[in-house]
Design a protein around this ligand. Structure first.
Ligand code: SF4
Length: 411
């Protein structure tokens, strides 16, 4: 079941009214069905003390599980850091899946939300968190309905204390997916990224040491503890342990969420997981990591897609594993402009290099005639050096690659 594809027609037909709110919910696996398959067995072992916190952290480290919200920080290491700070401690789950082209967290939550809950309960136990704040984007109304229903079911079943998992709704700001901005938002403030250090592992939500994990990261936790670290590592490519959920969209025959090894190449994703390019389209370029991971040409179709490595040398990153595929029918200057306009709109406005830089970048790209490349390069450097958070620092990546690889599209 490694190919999970996209929503089936049968699944959509099974959608039903969800009571008072009128939100349509997909037919998903609820608590009873998950438990019938042995779900929460690992959690029961953890809470009975049969699986110690140090052993859990060691297993996650052995598995090389990375943070799959975009940053790729080793999960076990993070759990260990948070556990090392004096309590009381808290936990947050980042479900603000706003990166353009990313839809894998939604995929799991609309079908099978309980592995994430089980992973979260294990994480909260390991760091001895007093509460979990689950931050979910409001653009996923069906997911919000599912989460409300399933949190109530968990409480009724005695698997969590009432109020232990608190659902918080985002309000549509892309920047609230950045963990420190998300924490500001949970605290009821405007979602502005914080300066670091201190990192949120030490000073997080309400000033407490905080474990923050992405939905997919937690999804893998019970599976790793059940099947073993070696099982998870073996799913990856050599030197790229583990498997990942790739959101693939664009000019491919079969877009959707694809579970494929870490270190897979774009060529393998297109040919082996997406049925090839869409009819009549020739592969030209791809976004390896959503809006800010840059734009790579088809000639670089053999780069292992993973955190760091060759991708980082190319000024790119895999982030939340959002792959968008373009064909000869697409103009890459238009793509870069679209991405620049997106970050201009979503900049939180807190710092000048990003607030002013993103807008200026759009104007420079729209200049009639020959582009002022010296000024574009100068602006790019200022944004990278002086922006507070990753949004401003990475915003010039698509423009950098446009000038480097797609000069034929500049005129
Ligand atoms: Fe806000 Fe942009 Fe500065 Fe980040 S880089 S803090 S998004 S203005």
């Amino acid at each position: 079941d490694r190919e999970v594809g996209h929503a089936s027609a049968a699944g959509l037909l099974k959608m039903a009214e969800a009571g008072e709110t009128g939100v349509l919910k997909p037919d998903y696996e609820g608590l009873a069905a998950y438990r019938a398959k042995g779900g929460y067995g690992i959690w029961e072992k953890v809470r009975s003390g049969a699986l110690a916190a140090d052993a859990i952290i060691e297993k996650l480290n052995d598995a090389s599980l990375r943070g799959l919200g975009g940053a790729g920080f080793p999960a076990g290491k993070k759990w260990g850091f948070v556990r090392g700070y004096p309590g009381p401690r808290l936990m947050t789950i980042n479900g603000d899946e706003g990166e353009p082209g990313t839809f894998k967290d939604r995929y799991y939550l609309e079908r099978n939300p309980h592995p994430m809950f089980e992973g979260a309960l294990i994480g909260a136990h390991v760091v001895e968190a007093e509460r979990i704040y689950l931050y979910m984007r409001d653009e996923y109304p069906a997911v919000l309905e599912i989460l409300r229903t399933e949190i109530a079911a968990l409480e009724a079943a005695g698997l969590v204390a009432p109020g232990f998992i608190e659902l918080r709704r985002g309000a549509g700001a892309y920047i609230c997916g950045e963990e420190s901005a998300m924490i500001e938002s949970i605290e009821g403030k405007r979602g502005l990224p914080r300066h670091r250090p201190p990192y949120i592992a030490e000073v997080g939500v309400f000033g407490r040491p905080t474990l923050n994990n992405n939905v997919e990261t937690l999804y893998w936790v019970p599976k790793i503890l059940e099947h073993g670290a070696e099982w998870f590592r073996a799913q990856g490519k050599p030197d790229h342990p583990g498997m990942r959920s790739w959101s693939v969209s664009g000019r491919v025959k079969s877009p959707g969420v694809k579970v494929a090894p870490a270190g897979v190449t774009i060529r393998e994703l297109i040919d082996d997981h997406c049925g090839g390019m869409a009819d009549g389209h020739t592969f030209k370029a791809y976004l390896p990591g959503g809006a800010s991971g840059g734009i790579l040409p088809a000639s670089l179709d053999d780069v292992p897609l993973d955190f760091g490595g060759k991708l980082a040398e190319l000024g790119s990153f895999v982030g939340s594993h959002a792959i968008v595929v373009f064909s000869e029918a697409d103009n890459i200057k238009d793509v870069a402009l679209n991405l620049v306009d997106f970050v201009t709109h979503e900049s939180c406005g807190q710092c000048t290099p990003c607030r002013g830089g993103t807008e200026k970048m759009g104007k420079l790209l729209r200049t009639e005639g020959k582009l002022d490349e010296a000024t574009i390069r100068d602006l790019e450097q200022v944004m990278r050096d002086a922006s507070i958070c990753g949004l401003g620092q990475a915003a010039p990546n698509p423009v950098n690659h446009l000038l480097q690889y797609f000069r034929e599209d500049l005129s």
